[in-house]
Design a protein around this ligand. Sequence first.
Ligand code: SF4
Length: 65
Amino acid sequence: MPVTLNPDAEMVRVIKEGLERTGGYCPCRTQRTEEYHCICKEFREQINDPSFEGFCHCMLYYKSK
Ligand code: SF4
């Protein structure tokens, strides 16, 4: 279950800028809790879910099956 960066370099650049701005919290969400510190709880669960394939909420990462 490999996890890779979005192949869209501009998207990656924008999201990484957002992560720097927030100190590592998900830039696509307003909550600043541990649950939303990148890599967020949602995507960690998706990584561990053998049936999940797709992007994380922000589309920074892509998880293949
Ligand atoms: S949605 Fe993606 S970028 Fe946002 S915190 Fe989760 S893993 Fe990181």
